[in-house]
Design a protein around this ligand. Structure first.
Ligand code: COA
Length: 372
């Protein structure tokens, strides 16, 4: 379906609930092919951008923002580093917002309070500072100042007091690139809707964060790790069967667009395979990977029995959980770490949406009662 079919799509939308298959924007930023399992980000294959080209988040940010805004983006790495330093200086004014018990709530509140009036790079650079400072302050520890000579991934690890480790920083960089954009997913759509009203950048990002928090979108990787823990010393099949019998979904499985395995799962497997060779914790990583592959195989078979008409395969969140765990990111920060990467896509989509100048305002079919 293309933009010309927009009206047809709008008529279909009441039937195809959840706007499935409805095209509401044209974008140069990313392309998701759900049948072939391909993802292009800023014109490159995701695996190439994340693992080879040169695999740095700053490169993805620069290319996405340039495409979104339609103009060159100079000094992206420096601007992000300067934004981290400025955000750190603002922390004392953020008070209770940083200490909200849920990491995503804290990121939402600190972004709203600390980044009003920021430009795109100022906002994107502040996110890792808010996340890292929040988790440390909630644990009663002092926030660690950013180091502007580092790139985002390395500095995020530094601000979390994780050990210096180039291989893990490279894996985190690959992660941030891979999740930086993904078509019109729910949080990107939310950000674009807000941008279409003429609002400024901060509320667009807050809208993206709010949508990302939900377990059907960015909230799944923590529960994936809980599932791996719950099945480590027992047979996964009965556990999975109990979950399904109770009407619960298997986290990290299924996708709105992909009918094959999510290509991002392959990217993360490759990044994990590198760590499996180089990391001091290589045997723990290998054991987790072997268990995850077994769990994935059984979950896929069980879901296939229940839904032979709709292939439900591993999605990005399944191997996100393993990758972020191997890097040393605390489980409670998985969704906020997703936001650090996806923030690039939100901001590029906001810039792209502004070029159209058209309010996004779909219709609803009224099915309520009429007055007598
Ligand atoms: N476990 C069990 N059943 C699942 C499932 C899962 N992970 N994903 C989908 N299904 C089932 C639904 O229960 C539904 O069955 P029903 O028709 O008998 O009720 C059917 O498959 C279609 O589900 P639907 O919610 O219409 O598909 P969707 O395209 O809207 O859902 C997701 C996409 C991602 C929301 C969904 O697959 C899901 O909830 N996955 C688990 C959460 C997750 O991993 N989120 C991260 C996404 S990247």
């Amino acid at each position: 379906m293309n933009l010309a079919d927009l009206r047809v799509g709008a008529q279909m939308s009441a039937k195809a609930s959840g706007l499935e298959g409805v095209v509401v924007a044209e974008t140069r930023l990313s392309h998701v092919d759900g049948e072939r399992g391909e993802l292009l980000i800023a014109g490159s294959r995701a695996e190439q951008l994340a693992l080879e080209d040169p695999g740095h988040f700053e490169t993805a940010v620069e290319r996405l923002l340039q495409l979104g805004a339609g103009e060159p983006q100079p000094r992206v790495q420096e601007q992000l580093a300067e934004a981290r330093v400025r955000a750190f200086a603002r922390l004392p004014q953020l008070g209770h917002a940083l200490c909200l018990p849920d990491a995503m709530d804290a990121l939402l509140a600190t972004t709203a309070q600390g980044s009003a009036g920021s430009d795109a790079l100022g906002l994107l650079g502040a996110l890792p500072v808010y996340v890292a400072a929040g988790v440390r302050l909630r644990a009663g520890q002092a926030a660690i100042a950013p180091d502007p000579t580092r790139r985002t991934a390395q500095d995020f690890m530094n601000m979390l007091a994780l050990p210096e480790n180039a291989a893990r920083a490279r894996a985190l960089d690959s992660y941030l690139v891979t999740v930086s954009d993904h078509g019109l997913n729910a949080s990107t759509f939310a950000a674009r809707v807000v941008a279409s009203t003429g609002s400024d950048v901060m509320p667009c990002v807050v809208a993206g964060l709010a949508a990302l928090k939900g377990p059907l979108h960015g909230g799944a990787p923590g529960p994936v790790l809980d599932m791996l823990d719950a099945t480590t010393n027992s047979e996964p099949r009965p556990w999975l069967e109990r979950e399904l019998a109770a009407g619960r979904r298997i986290m990290g499985m299924g996708h709105r667009i992909y009918r094959v395995r999510d290509p991002r799962a392959f990217v993360f497997e490759r990044a994990l395979a590198r760590l499996e060779r180089e990391d001091p914790q290589k045997s723990a990583i290998s054991a987790r990977l072997a268990h995850a592959r077994e769990l994935e195989r059984i979950a896929e078979a069980l879901l296939n029995e229940r839904h032979p008409e709709r292939p439900l395969r591993a999605n990005v969140e399944f191997y996100t959980a393993l990758l972020l765990e191997a890097v040393g990111i605390p489980r409670e920060l998985f969704t906020t770490t997703f936001a650090l990467g996806r923030g690039a896509g939100w901001l590029a989509h906001v810039a792209e949406q502004r070029q159209t100048g058209r309010l996004i305002r779909p219709a609803a079919r009224y099915v309520g009662s009429m007055p007598d």
